[in-house]
Write a protein of this length. Structure first.
Length: 161
């Protein structure tokens, strides 16, 4: 489906002036089941999410007002490397530039108190994960997620000092 068809739909249905396409349809990893990831901006209005099936393809569109998006933070990292399909006053280009700067800056360092909290918390979670019940399964998966975070933190600190 051409980008122009979706662009016209978003512009008209949501009264948007800026539309950014991002995700697999931009980076070339899309396949027949891929959706269209879109961030759209309009002058005003409440946040909306449009998850329609549009002409046989899934649409995953996040609709923001200018006021909601004026100071983006890391929650928009997903649109990095997106392409602007339409824009008002270079708003799309400026937003993508800002998101790229956030990405390049990287995450904030974990404070020492939080590192200690994680180290203290992990053995307790390991004991709870040993239970052979729903709670144990939940804790086991939660622990795996947290260990990934800690492993990345430990590796980073080992390599960077």
């Amino acid at each position: 489906m051409p980008n122009q068809t979706i662009l016209n739909y978003i512009l008209k249905k949501h009264d948007c002036h800026t539309v950014i396409l991002y995700g697999s349809r931009v980076d070339g990893t899309n396949d027949a089941t891929s959706d269209y990831d879109i961030l759209a901006i309009r002058d005003s209005g409440d946040f909306e999410k449009d998850c329609a099936v549009f002409e046989g393809c899934y649409l995953d569109a996040f609709i923001y007002s200018e006021g909601n998006i004026i100071e983006p933070d890391s929650f928009l990292i997903r649109i990095k490397d997106g392409i602007v399909l339409a824009q008002k006053n270079k708003l799309g280009d400026e937003l993508l530039s800002h998101v790229t700067k956030i990405y390049e800056h990287g995450p904030e360092k974990t404070p020492a108190w939080e590192k200690q909290e994680i180290i203290s918390w992990l053995p307790k979670m390991l004991e709870r994960a040993k239970r052979n019940d729903v709670e144990g399964n939940y804790r086991r998966h939660w622990l795996q997620t947290e260990l990934l975070k800690c492993g990345i933190w430990a590796l980073k600190n080992h390599l960077l000092g």
